[in-house]
Design a protein around this ligand. Sequence first.
Ligand code: NI
Length: 256
Amino acid sequence: MEFFDSHAHYNDEKFEQDRNELIKKIYSEGITKIINAGYSLQSSKQAVEIAKNYNFMYTTAGISPNDIDDFKIEDLSEIENLARNEKVVAIGEIGLDYHWNTENKELQKEVFISQIEIANKLNLPIVIHTREAIYDTLDILKNKIKCIKKGVFHCCPLNVDLVREGLKIGFYISFAGPITFKNSKNADEIIKMVPLDRILIETDSPYLSPEPLRGKRNDSRNVKYMAQKIADIKEITLEEIAKATYNNAKNIFKIK
Ligand code: NI
């Protein structure tokens, strides 16, 4: 059985000590495709450099709403140039975050929209980070700018409105560790809402380890816990989930 971890950060310093050995081990345990996600200009460059070492690893390039403090307008053209690299399969993670940042909402929206423009120009999908900003995120996607290649709600917040509207506009829903948490009250309901052909799974490593590993450093092998949870709720086999999520990720990111 093979798995696709659609979102991880092997550019994080928590992997500094054992990155290469760990990535090889992960691959040997059946995680045979990984998206290494950027979240700032620097981390996106690093993501590409790391991915060059592995033919099964791809990346996103983008500036997240939590990384626009020292953002310069020129960074956008650098992201665009970087995204022309063959390893980059999406613009992301980009979006809005009103949990960590409430003082710069207008700037967040501008940078989000500008990066959707880059995605459209390069014919790439987007990977969205949205936190406590669901309605503004949907407003941009539905009313402000059309995403030509659509995209993914990464670590999708377990919110009924977001999932319903996100599916309606053609986006994929990527489930991470929180669906396994004992306190995530509506995870089952949300999983049931998403058809099998629109689900991705991810770890968001090194963060957000699933039950029963919460608090430990996360890595892509744990994507199996998300797959098992979805299989249980949808009453299908782990194989079926592995296969569907693998194909979905290949489709949205145009990976052969
Ligand atoms: Ni992330």
